[in-house]
Design a protein around this ligand. Structure first.
Ligand SMILES: Cc1cc2nc3c(=O)[nH]c(=O)nc-3n(C[C@H](O)[C@H](O)[C@H](O)COP(=O)(O)OP(=O)(O)OC[C@H]3O[C@@H](n4cnc5c(N)ncnc54)[C@H](O)[C@@H]3O)c2cc1C
Length: 366
């Protein structure tokens, strides 16, 4: 029996597992992919993320940085073409290497890390949770989840933290509700453009996306991306966005290197933050915590950390775990983070009609 099972080794899962592991609890951190795994992400750590990561994991190693290593901030181009420049020094990292570094730190802190191990079901039993896992055989060369027959097994824990990302299977199963997503599509090309490589550039003109479009640079790659609700339109919007970058910003594409599809939670006015049910807490994207322009690493770290602290408080009380105590403490630990998120969404609503409804509906957040 584990004290805690943490599902998903992204930022939310790694910080939660590390905090609990180093406090002496028996922790299982499971990840469905082999590590390092790819995660579609611009890889920008805002100062808040850097502060949390360095406090918990130590100095971020140079090996995880992409070039330029410093992100100088974000330039938001409103739906009416007005430019808002926010300067703030962050880091530019590769998520596969960054997340692997954090997961190894969690392992060194005493957690058991199991990769290629996907949690499929969480079942509440009398005084614990029973988690079913499917473990794929390791195959040479990485993450071939379709290769081979999975081994099915079960583990028990007093509490589970589900940090399994935007499409969280565990959240969907427990809340019996489908996830609501934005699908992201980005291409990596070599070439040149007249936008400042030090900044992340967001474009809110609805001609280019159903959410936002963006440009940023990592190593030798020019990355151009769009967010859509309807996956069948992603290439259509992307091609309009690229044409705009060619005509208005002198984008020259010498070679196409790769494309990437990802998911992020779709934050809508009707949206509620669900932080868990019974003995299962949700953190990070699985809890639908996301800041405007898709910045989610800081809220993943903050929620993973707040979930771990809530569990530590309950375990320290010495009695049997009372799941509602844990959930209440978790919600109260995260109150400041959610208020910060609301302020950000409200600001965005002032510069883009797509997000305007947030202004009047922010009270729907708990
Ligand atoms: C295109 C794009 C660009 C972005 N750019 C930025 C950015 O620049 N800066 C920023 O702060 N945020 C960015 N984000 C958002 C950020 O990537 C997420 O908010 C963040 O990764 C959330 O962390 P997490 O730990 O909740 O989930 P994730 O990082 O998604 O980690 C979840 C982990 O769980 C694993 N998993 C899934 N299901 C299971 C299962 N059943 N069992 C076991 N393991 C499982 C997954 O393999 C994954 O490793 C971006 C997102 C997208 C899509």
């Amino acid at each position: 029996m584990y004290d805690v099972i943490v599902i998903g080794a992204g930022p939310a899962g790694c910080i939660a597992a590390k905090k609990l592991g180093e406090s002496g609890y028996k922790v299982l951190l499971t990840e469905k992919m082999s590590l390092p795994r790819e995660k579609s992400c611009s890889g920008i750590l805002i100062p808040k993320s850097i502060q949390m990561v360095e406090k918990e994991f130590g100095k971020i190693p140079e090996s995880v940085f992409s070039h330029p290593p410093i992100n100088q901030g974000i330039v938001i181009n409103s739906a009416h073409g007005k430019e808002y420049r926010f300067e703030s020094e962050g880091y530019n990292i590769w998520r596969n290497l960054f997340d692997q570094w954090m997961s190894l730190k969690a392992e060194y802190a005493g957690c058991t890390l199991q990769t290629l191990t996907s949690a499929t079901v969480c079942e509440e039993e009398k005084d614990h949770i029973r988690v079913t896992f499917a473990r794929m055989p390791a195959v040479k060369g990485g993450n071939d989840l379709k290769n081979g027959k999975p081994e099915i097994f079960h583990e028990k824990a007093r509490i589970v933290i589900s940090c399994d990302g935007a499409s969280s299977r565990i959240r969907r199963d427990i809340l019996k509700s489908p996830s609501d997503h934005i699908i992201t599509y980005q291409t990596f090309c070599k070439g040149s453009i007249d936008l400042d490589y030090g900044f992340f550039h967001a474009f809110l003109d609805p001609q280019f996306s159903q959410y936002d479009a963006w440009f940023n640079v990592k190593d030798e790659y020019l990355i151009m991306g769009v967010g859509v609700k309807d996956a069948s339109l992603m290439k259509h919007y992307h091609s309009k966005f690229v044409s705009y970058l060619k005509s208005q910003h002198n984008a020259q594409i010498d070679s196409f290197e790769k494309e990437e599809v990802g998911l992020m939670p779709h934050i809508t006015p009707e949206f509620r933050v669900d932080l868990g049910k019974g003995r299962v807490l949700f953190a990070g994207d699985a809890a639908y915590l996301l800041n405007p322009m898709g910045e989610g690493i800081s809220s993943a770290l903050a929620s993973g950390s707040a979930a771990a602290e809530a569990i530590k408080t309950e375990f320290a009380s010495g009695s049997d775990v009372n799941p509602s105590n844990v959930l209440n403490t978790y919600e109260s630990n995260l109150k400041g983070e959610i208020e910060y998120m609301i302020r950000q969404w409200k600001f965005l609503s002032t510069i883009s009609p797509e997000f305007r409804s947030f202004q009047n509906n922010a009270h729907r957040f708990p």
